[in-house]
Design a protein around this ligand. Structure first.
Ligand SMILES: NC(=O)c1ccc[n+]([C@@H]2O[C@H](COP(=O)([O-])OP(=O)(O)OC[C@H]3O[C@@H](n4cnc5c(N)ncnc54)[C@H](OP(=O)(O)O)[C@@H]3O)[C@@H](O)[C@H]2O)c1
Length: 218
């Protein structure tokens, strides 16, 4: 698939590498400081502006910072999302990362959805530390790290579910986009344990269910 990733930081670069290794064609959208990307993205097909990157792919992954409205302002500037599937990896972190700026009544994913409408937004990868997005680090002994995702469109979710698998994670459907209000605080919990308690970032959530468990009401 053709996938554009907006942001060439810890998440964008590593996710791009995992997906490129599975045969996906990766285009990066970047601020292109000094006219070029500041990091080695040789595995990608193209590195271009945010606007151009959104045009060339049907799937657009957002991997930019939240604080200071960086992500929202970038999306308002680009705004060519009709017909796209938007994969939101962001977390609405304060500048020091140690709290979330929004929650309970909305989420980063829902705020992004308002801007990119009618594009379908699927929240994914936000509960996984970038360190675990490196090749070979998705597994902990025989346990695969969980990749929670949520969204409102079944077709878009099925595609993102496959991308989560391709990246080496175990996808778990977390329901509608509104549930991003719960996935984003999970990421904050991960940060609290990693940084406030020195737990480190080579850690991941694992959602366990018994084989006979059904998600449908009986
Ligand atoms: N790090 C993690 O473990 C992790 C895990 C899951 C989710 N997330 C979330 O994913 C998003 C990206 O995280 P990250 O760790 O990849 O961040 P990062 O390393 O700081 O990279 C963010 C990228 O966003 C782009 N960007 C655009 N405007 C920017 C600005 N004004 N200031 C700084 N960067 C700007 C930059 O790419 P260009 O220079 O190419 O424009 C930058 O490399 C965040 O919302 C974060 O909360 C992070």
């Amino acid at each position: 698939m053709n996938i554009s990733i907006l942001g060439t930081g810890n998440v964008g670069r590593r996710l791009g590498q995992l997906l490129a290794a599975k045969g996906h064609r990766i285009t990066f959208g970047s601020r292109l400081q000094n006219g070029e990307s500041m990091v080695d993205l040789s595995f990608a097909d193209t590195v271009t502006t945010y606007s151009e990157a959104v045009i060339v792919s049907d799937i657009v992954v957002i991997a930019t910072p939240w604080a200071g409205d960086i992500t929202l302002n970038m999306l308002r500037t680009v705004n060519k999302f009709e017909g796209k599937i938007v994969v939101d990896c962001t977390n609405p972190l304060a500048p020091d990362y140690m709290s979330n700026l929004i929650g309970h009544t909305t989420s980063a994913a829902e705020e992004i959805a308002k801007i990119v409408a009618p594009a379908q937004v699927v929240k994914a990868f936000n509960t996984i530390f970038a360190e675990v997005m490196e090749d070979g680090k998705q597994n902990f002994s025989d346990q695969m790290a969980t990749g929670f995702y949520c969204g409102n469109d079944a077709e878009a979710k099925a595609i993102v579910c496959q991308l989560i698998s391709d990246a080496g994670f175990d996808p778990v459907d977390a329901g509608s986009l509104k549930n991003a209000r719960y996935l984003e605080p999970m990421a904050q919990l991960n940060i609290q344990i990693a940084y406030s308690m020195n737990g480190g970032t080579d850690v991941a959530f694992r959602y366990m269910r018994r084989p006979q468990t059904s998600l449908m009401p009986s």
